[in-house]
Design a protein around this ligand. Structure first.
Ligand SMILES: [Zn+2]
Length: 62
């Protein structure tokens, strides 16, 4: 399955949005809870991702 952004207003997917990084939902329950509040999910699935536009300067410095 292609990773997609689970944010309702976004829905970017990894195949079509190559200038985005995709972060899988964290295992840590505390951090996961923060993601849930941020994204307003009713429940969180292990295959959820959030996308973030890649910062070219960050990439160069890695
Ligand atoms: Zn997104």
């Amino acid at each position: 399955m292609v990773a997609f952004c689970a944010l309702a207003s976004c829905k970017n997917n990894k195949r079509e949005h190559k200038n985005y990084a995709f972060f899988m939902v964290p295992k840590d329950p505390t951090i996961r809870r923060k993601w849930q509040e941020f994204a307003k999910w009713k429940e969180v699935k292990d295959y959820y991702y959030l996308s973030s536009i890649l910062n070219p300067y960050t990439t160069i410095n890695q």
